[in-house]
Design a binder for this molecule. Structure first.
Ligand code: GLP
Length: 241
């Protein structure tokens, strides 16, 4: 794993944007894996600014998001569909039909998981997957204990994850208890992974990621077995390393 240490959140976002823009500009078509949460918001802001200033086009981009909550409609302000529209899609020239997010409202959730996994395969797989990391080492919504062999699947969210994400909802009771997420094997099939980490709340996670063994009890540890991972982390996140 290649580690790039930067001073702060802004620099993490700028570096990540440069990497992603380079990828988008260098190919006729690119399939991106996208993440939600607080971490990539700055990256998306940089992409929007670059799109306006330098005209980088996303017409040739397909995207697949990592995850979506169960029970939230596309219109729900807390759905990841809305997050992506608000923070990125509505501000660049990507075609919405080329963007993909699992449906948390599907009648048959298992079928939806299979459909999503197949869709990624049919698109030829993901060229560059953007990831954040949960304090407990989750990637996407793959909580500790998730099989490294897992494809897109339905998950029960850990209490700690619901608590961490409660800041976006009016109360913790409103945070859904389930989600659909790309699995660990789905993520590991990406040709390249860009992991973004910022802030002191991620110190422990970074220490475990870099120093502990590869174990299903810390999902992100599997990234050590991937041949093309770049971590862009700020000083606060690397204090214990
Ligand atoms: C969320 C998302 C993850 C994200 C992680 C960290 O629950 N499902 O994709 O990487 O938690 O979130 P944040 O970036 O807000 O710290």
């Amino acid at each position: 794993m290649k580690i790039i240490e930067v001073s702060d959140y802004k620099q993490m976002s700028v570096k990540a944007a440069q990497h992603l823009i380079g990828k988008v500009r260098s190919a006729d078509s690119v399939t991106l894996g996208l993440a939600t949460g607080g971490t990539p918001k700055g990256l998306y802001g940089e992409l929007i600014e670059d799109h306006h200033v330098n005209g980088t086009s996303y017409k040739c981009v397909n995207s697949f998001n990592l995850d979506e909550y169960i029970g939230l409609s596309k219109e729900d302000p807390n759905s990841y569909f809305q997050y992506m529209c608000t923070n990125l899609f509505s501000h660049i020239d990507i075609s919405l039909e080329n963007t993909h997010i699992p449906s948390g409202m599907a009648v048959n959730l298992q079928e939806e998981c299979n459909r999503y996994e197949n869709l990624i395969e049919q698109a030829g797989g993901i060229d560059l997957q953007v990831l954040g990391i949960g304090e407990n080492g989750h990637i996407g919504f793959n909580e500790p204990g998730t099989s490294f062999q897992s494809g897109t699947h339905l998950v029960d969210l850990a209490d700690s994850t619901r608590e961490a994400n409660a800041r976006y909802f009016s109360s913790i009771d409103e945070v859904p208890s389930q989600a659909i997420t790309m699995g660990i094997s789905t993520i590991m099939k990406s040709r390249e992974i860009l992991l973004l980490v910022s802030g002191s709340s991620k110190q422990e996670a970074m220490k475990k990621l870099l120093e502990n063994e590869v174990t299903e009890s810390f999902p992100a540890s599997i990234l050590r077995n991937h041949h093309n991972v770049t971590i862009i982390a700020d000083k606060d996140a690397l204090t214990l390393v």
